[in-house]
Design a protein around this ligand. Structure first.
Ligand SMILES: [Zn+2]
Length: 205
């Protein structure tokens, strides 16, 4: 049965933190009670995430394309997400990138040839219409790969940083505010952990 926009999200979807698209993408790995979960475990999980991020995508993603997602699409998104996540991790930790990850990202970026077309109706503000040569699921992967390239090269103005709160694995845009954590909850936990460490210097948290 096709999923509709009103369908409740499947259990265990990744949190959306309002970060730029490439960071939301790499943040689809998240901890639950200390165990890392993959937010793209099934086609339903991937469909939920794509619907949730549709407003951040230039690619036209009709509901029929989301309903048609298959296991192979999930595997492709997971591989692109994992390569992107390792590259962001290498960047924020000043480590060398794995050439395989660079090649994988570049391959995904070339899977589509997209361009903007000017559309200007009388009496209306001109808008750009995104034209793609690939099917939507491929076009979205290519668009996300482009966004990750822009993120890694600094072209997007985003400054990725890893959250320092205990147990958190998220990245956030430090250019928006000079913080050390991804959310208010992580900030509270990080401050509590520091307070505990000062009061109990010889114990592990
Ligand atoms: Zn965090």
């Amino acid at each position: 049965m096709p999923l509709s926009a009103q369908t409740p999200p499947p259990v265990g979807v990744p949190p959306l933190n309002g970060e730029p698209l490439p960071l939301e993408f790499v943040n689809t790995v998240f901890p639950v009670k200390g165990v890392l979960m993959d937010g793209f475990r099934t086609t339903e999980h991937l469909a939920w995430w794509l619907r949730s991020c549709r407003g951040s995508l230039a690619t036209h993603l009709p509901e029929s394309a989301v309903d048609a997602l298959g296991v192979a699409d999930v595997q492709c998104f997971v591989m692109l997400r994992d390569a992107s996540r390792r590259l962001v991790d290498a960047l924020v930790n000043c480590r060398e990138a794995d050439p395989w990850d660079v090649a994988h990202l570049n391959r995904a970026a070339t899977m589509d040839r997209a361009w903007p077309l000017l559309c200007w109706n009388a009496g209306e503000r001109p808008v750009a219409v995104h034209v793609s040569t690939a099917v939507p699921s491929i076009a979205v992967q290519s668009e996300i790969a482009h966004a990750v390239v822009r993120l890694l090269t600094g072209a997007s103005g985003v400054e990725p940083k890893a959250c320092v709160a205990p147990g958190c694995v998220f990245y956030f845009d430090q250019a928006r505010s000079r913080r050390e954590w991804c959310s208010t909850g992580c900030g509270n936990r990080a401050r509590a952990a520091r307070h505990y460490a000062r009061r109990h210097p010889h114990r592990d948290c």
